[in-house]
Ligand binder design. Structure first.
Ligand SMILES: *Cc1c(COP(=O)(O)O)cnc(C)c1O
Length: 246
């Protein structure tokens, strides 16, 4: 870790925090209501350690294998730190056991089968002494139904509200809210307004599901205007991807 990289990360972090604060102020919201998730996919563990030194508490990853190895490396670099790891990518059921030992939250749950696999994997990890808390879960909502972006629609038998009822009955999972990736090319204001309405319907059925993970480097202001409680910021924080994601 060069001093130069540390200074770069510090400067970028300050700029991101200022954007969040300005967006909250414009929306009449308290900046304490919007958490920052640093998305560190493809970023080396040493950068994560530096971000921990700079006060970042939560990190998002989208590849199970890469993230599991990185969580171990970061723990070696900063043994006293307690970073929270969120999984934010598409997750195969057979990777649930790779994620269960280190993930505080999985933000991309979009099927009953995946929920059941995570529930079983978390209980197993608990039995093996690898974790003690339930897994926080966000359900991934798709505004436009495009399967390439991940997520599911709100209504219908395979919809998010049905899945929410199922997750609420999984003993090792805690249903905390909704996550979304805005559709490419759509009007972000209309897209995040739809997300806000979806989150409200989920909350009406499950009052404890208050989290809304929405907004990335390019659109965090719009997401905050529409009720985001957690922005997932990669590029604006760490720069362009540094190593191949694998
Ligand atoms: C990479 C990624 C982000 C961060 O995107 P940036 O545009 O780099 O800020 C957020 N959410 C998910 C699901 C991602 O995969």
């Amino acid at each position: 870790m060069t001093e130069q990289r540390r200074a770069e990360l510090a400067g970028r972090l300050e700029a991101v925090r200022e954007r969040i604060a300005a967006a909250c102020s414009a929306a009449g919201r308290n900046p304490g209501e919007v958490a920052l998730l640093a998305v560190t996919k493809t970023v080396p563990a040493v950068d994560v350690a530096t971000l921990i030194d700079l006060g970042v508490e939560a990190f998002g990853e989208n590849r199970a294998q890469e993230a599991a190895a990185k969580a171990v490396e970061v723990a070696e670099l900063r043994p006293a730190a307690t970073p929270r790891w969120h999984f934010v990518g598409g997750l195969q059921r057979n990777k649930a056991r790779t994620v269960a030992p280190w993930a505080a939250r999985v933000e991309s749950v979009d099927s009953v089968r995946l929920a059941d696999a995570l529930d079983a994997a978390v209980r197993r990890a608990a039995d093996e002494g690898q974790r003690d808390a339930p897994l926080s879960v966000l359900l991934q909502y798709s505004v436009d139904g495009d399967p390439k972006r991940g997520g599911i629609p709100l209504d219908g038998p395979d919809g998010l509200l049905q899945l929410a009822d199922h997750v609420a009955g999984c003993p090792a999972l805690r249903l905390d809210g909704l996550m979304t990736v805005a559709p490419l090319g759509a009007d972000p204001d209309a897209a995040f307004a739809a997300v806000e309405a979806a989150a409200a319907r989920l909350r009406a059925a499950h009052p404890a599901a208050t989290e809304l993970s929405a907004g990335m480097s390019g659109d965090l202001e719009v997401a905050i205007r529409h009720g985001s409680t957690s922005v997932r910021v990669g590029t604006a924080l760490v720069g362009e991807r540094r190593i191949a994601s694998g």
